[in-house]
Design a protein around this ligand. Sequence first.
Ligand code: EPU
Length: 435
Amino acid sequence: MENREKEILIIKETKKLEGTVQISGAKNSALPNIAATILTDKPVILENIPELLDVRYMCTLLKEIGSSITQIDEKSWVFSLKEPSSLEAKYDIVSKMRASILVLGPMVARFGEAKVALPGGCPIGQRPIDMHIKALEKMGIKIEKEHGFIVAKGKPKGAHIVFDRVTVTGTENIIMAAVLAEGETVIENAALEPEVVDLTVLLKKMGADITWNWKGKSRTIKIRGVKKLNGAKHKIIPDRIEAGTFAILSALTDSSIIIKDYPENFLTYVNWIMRKMGIFIVKIGKNEVVVKKDKNLKPAFIETKEYPFFPTDLQAQFMTLLSVVDGLSIIKENIFENRFLHVPELNRLGANIKVQNNKVAIIDGVKKLTGAEVKATDLRASAAMVLAGVIAEGKTIIHDIYHLDRGYEKIDHKLKSIGVDVERKKVKQMLVKEV
Ligand code: EPU
């Protein structure tokens, strides 16, 4: 038997919350924006970078490639990659964070060469990267898979890419490959997520030539390659998923916490779903909102779908909310094939949720949840457990909270500041060796 330390979160039921919560910079915007700094030998300043485990992994990866990274203030960093010291993204980081694949596009674009470890498994689904590879091959890059690595060679050339399905990091990788490519690239069926748009805003500041066309059903991006990109200064957009999570927390506890930097424009569809349930986002200042709710909320039908529709990254948190809304609610997960890992954990807390074919969850609202020990099975499932812990009677202990630290900046501090009774504790973990 071996002893190791791990962290748990202990949350006690907290009835009413008050105070202000500041929404951090978006993880899924910070990651591609940091990768984009590879594209130039000039310094790029990124502001509003959230302090997250995934951001640290991405910075470690860039340092291994040869980037110098200097902190200017709490949230701003300068990235500069004059000469690469290595063109390899090693397995130890890639296996921890799938978004490491985002260095592939910029590395081939600038250096004509890259070696990136294959990401491997993921709890929420298989998450292949076949569409990234197919598109790069269409741009003339020679790609081999050897010894667990993708080895890419060649400078990208403009091409007409049609993605079979919408892929967020796939779109970002190809945009970054195309900005320095010879000729014009057209990406059809591109992802329109605000984080993808934010990446193009940075790239345009660096001198890239990018135009969007998302009229009607069209999801097309046109990129004319340029010879060189410059440095720039850019502020990362607020995290719509963190904002949505705090809005749900406010509704669950019927509290008027002030949510600062709530990106209302990125949450139009989510806000519409909330309104239909009887939850209202009320603007009280520039980018400041509070949440108001009807006495009795209505159940909902939610289907996850690419932006501008309902984000899969808020599905688990909404499930916690619906688990205590009287009546039958349905959630259909269309993006990932295994993203109901939080269901057995919510049921441990007293929810009544049944899953059909790993695709549809039927939620029969209960009066209350009761505290218990639960596992955080992935990042957003962890957030669902936190929300449940706040309203569950008694004490909830959440294990494996490292998932939470990957995507929620200083979550326990933020929760404490609005009155949640939460404690992070180091405990010994007993590891029984297999015999
Ligand atoms: N897919 C393929 N082949 C590919 C690429 C994707 O089959 O080459 C499939 C995936 O398996 C999935 C679907 O297409 O079923 C969509 O995946 P997508 O590529 O859009 O996901 P991603 O780019 O890997 C990003 C976010 C995720 C978020 C998804 C969907 C980042 C760093 N990650 O992942 O964020 O859930 O888009 O919106 O941007 C999270 O923050 O918790 C998170 C998982």
